[in-house]
Design a protein around this ligand. Sequence first.
Ligand code: F6R
Length: 619
Amino acid sequence: MCGITGYIGYQQAAPVILEALKKLEYRGYDSAGIAVLHQGKLQVRKMQGRLHALEARLASEAAPLQGTLGIGHTRWATHGEPSDANSHPHRAGAVAVVHNGIIENYAPLKAWLCGQGAAFQSGTDTEAAAHLINYYYQRQSRDRPHADPLASAVAAAMERLNGSYALAVIAEDAPDRILAVRKDSPLIVGAGRGEQFLASDVPALLSRTREVYFLEEGEIAALYRDRIAFFNGQGETVHRKAARIDWDAAAAEKGGYPHFMLKEIHEQPKALEDTLKQRLCTGAGGRRDVDLGDMPLEDWKNARRVVITACGTAWHAALVAKHALERFARLPAEVDIASESRYRDPILNSGEVFMAISQSGETADTLAAARLAKAQGASVLALTNTKGSTLAREAGCALYTQAGPEIAVASTKAFTTQLMAVYLMALKLGRLRGSLTQEEYCRHLSALEEIPEKARQILGDERRIQRAAAHCFHKAKVFFMGRQFDYPVSLESALKLKEINYTHSEAFAAGELKHGPIALVDNETLVVAAATQRRLFDKIASNMQEVAARGASLLVITWEGETAFDRTAQEVFPIPRTEDSFSPLLAVIPAQLFAYYCATARGNDPDKPRNLAKSVTVE
Ligand code: F6R
């Protein structure tokens, strides 16, 4: 989704803003722009295309953009096609605005503003917000208690804007401040010395500051060179405490890898270790145990059912969570896609608990589903990678994964760390609910402790996967199938290939093969089978025979040393042995690498997949 940055300080703003925009490139965008204020004049440069095109244009100008205050934007088109005119910042009179989100009532607002004399230059929803702020700015909104007319104008506009927005606003006659506001769209203020920063996401700030403020819903921040002021929607000053970000700045760089995605795939052993380390502890009597932090264990221990919601990859983690909670804790679990559950009037009864899984903690649908659950009085737990995210704050109770910043659009380490967290949770609950003996509990925990090293071994076998990808990347039709724990892995594997190789790939529970998908299987088809559920080996082996008999090529992900599929499969990706229930932690890694190497063989940039955005902050 769109990326917002802002800078006010003593340095030239344009290079600082461009650097921050580059850090937000991973969010996905089609146009970029910047506005810098100098000697009371706004200078706006914006265009369709990548950031380097904007940079080249700035470099070709006779003189560099001067000014120590400015805002920048990368646009991911929603309303109006990608074009120079639709790029942000949008100017209206004396103000310039950048926006992330969707102004849902832009059409009636635009009609009204045109009636007031506003002249629109673009087809965007954002321009309505810019003109509305300018409208109130011109009238100074003196009836409001703000001393600051720009903040007052922003507050007045907020009352009429419907939808979701993170806005950064500057004005020609306000050379000492940037105004920032958010509703249902993230915005983060970074505090420096004599300079302040603004960004949609933490990685854009890491090289500048670790002291950040996560703007609250409806809150306005005024960034001055030497201070930051916060107001609520009523114009009252709010005192905020900065949060400290402990992510390593280097974690948001490529560190010698050609792409963030490959780097993040390789970071999985460490991320899994960190997620484990954070939770494993010594319990009563010196026995190993799991500490789930603030999680309301009594609610969960006594729960009659758990409802889990998420989107995309996180939804696949939720499906694994269902299996794990049912298997280890004998706790019935239901999984709901957030965009469906939020509109379905879901039933949550007393004695049921709710978990939302989200890497970013900012996904619009997941947030809406969690809010709905909270409004129904449910105990809501956020499983997220992002401290200070909206989901973490609103849920009131959060369990964090330790993946570090995930920059690549295609999620990898966030997924496996989510899995690690849900396994730990399921085991702990299994012990508390009495469905696991102490001995079983310890045995499962030991198996989990071996996972990071086993993940490392798979990464050591990368070349084999690269070679297979070189033969398969052009396949037009790829099916992924698996049973039980292998089914969510298949869904996740298909999603990866779709996202970055643009292959029409589909996943199904292998038992469904004969209920439809087999009609599409022919000698043009590639089928990837995940086969790690030993109890069901015979079943998946039959499914493999069925697709092979129809001419499909077959790749299999299975245990090291397993020979059952050698005769049917063209290629086997072996994974080190562990318990069947924990296989998703390992089986997904060859599939991630396969998708990555297919995409690079095709010449795609896996870090910038077409049409996709990292953090889906609008519906
Ligand atoms: C896929 C991917 C997306 C996200 C989804 C949810 O590779 O990254 O499907 O998983 O948009 O995002 P979060 O976890 O941030 O809520």
